[in-house]
Design a binder for this molecule. Structure first.
Ligand SMILES: [Zn+2]
Length: 259
């Protein structure tokens, strides 16, 4: 019976689109549960961090993020982009499309395209369901049974959210980061931004890598070395083009002045 239920669930949930070109992966956690987990994680984030108290900046970042969301390969979640009042150089994506960027990172950008590129990288993690894939590896069976039994996740929601927070803090593996970079470069271009902006951001990270760890915070430090991301990014840009697209410097300068 158990086996039958699991087979049935595999059929129902089965394959989801997790990247450009109709790329598919086996996803056991349905979007509704992913969003529930994401909401818990977002609540943790917003209770331990402070949101930036500037509605103009919040709206601007969200507006740029929504342009990326519109062209990405995953439309079954509602993306939310928020700025945290924190001087660290950081950004991350929670399951379910909750994306956060630190004001410290906003301060190092010179144009809107750089912001779009970083947000697009984070959207890439959501599209590829990187956190969900890792959670599946840990909780797969439990989650399948929860779904099979029609439970609303009750106790495990908290447990899974804690694990998700842990995973986000650790950062993803190298392969996941390259994948998010590639998707990000593509989405930034599709949204009308010069994809070279992603390389500009990596160049900034490269300069920071030489400094003591406190200057280059844990999350971005867990990514592959900037030098390698530049190489990979340039290859992707060569493939997709778009280097004649604008960067939107003036639009960004007006926002940066408020930080
Ligand atoms: Zn990443």
């Amino acid at each position: 019976m158990k086996k039958f239920i699991i087979a049935l669930i595999f059929l129902i949930i089965g394959c989801a689109t997790t990247g450009p070109g109709g790329k598919k992966s086996l996803i056991l956690i349905p979007t509704s549960q992913e969003v529930q987990i994401g909401k818990e994680v977002a609540r943790d984030v917003e209770s331990s961090e402070k949101l930036l108290n500037n509605q103009t900046v919040q709206n601007y970042v969200n507006k740029v993020g929504q342009k990326i969301a519109k062209v990405c390969d995953r439309k079954d979640v509602k993306y939310k982009f928020k700025v945290l009042d924190n001087k660290e150089i950081n950004a991350f994506a929670c399951p379910g499309g909750f994306i956060y960027i630190y004001s410290g990172l906003l301060k190092i950008f010179d144009n809107e395209a750089q912001l779009a590129a970083v947000l697009a990288h984070e959207v890439g993690h959501v599209v590829a369901r990187h956190s969900i894939k890792r959670l599946q590896a840990i909780y797969g069976y439990t989650i399948i049974m929860e779904v099979a039994l029609g439970s609303r996740m009750g106790k495990t929601a908290r447990q899974v959210a804690d694990a998700a927070t842990g995973l986000i803090l650790q950062g993803y593996g190298r392969e996941n980061e390259y994948e998010a970079d590639n998707y990000g470069i593509l989405y930034a271009k599709k949204a009308g931004y010069n994809p070279k902006a992603m390389i500009q951001v990596f160049e900034k990270f490269k300069k920071m890598e030489g400094k003591p760890p406190s200057a280059f915070e844990k999350l971005l430090a867990s990514h592959p070395p900037a030098k390698d991301r530049i190489g990979n990014g340039n290859k992707q840009i060569k493939k997709i083009g778009g280097t004649n697209l604008p960067y939107y410097e003036n639009e960004y300068a007006a926002i940066k002045a408020q930080l």
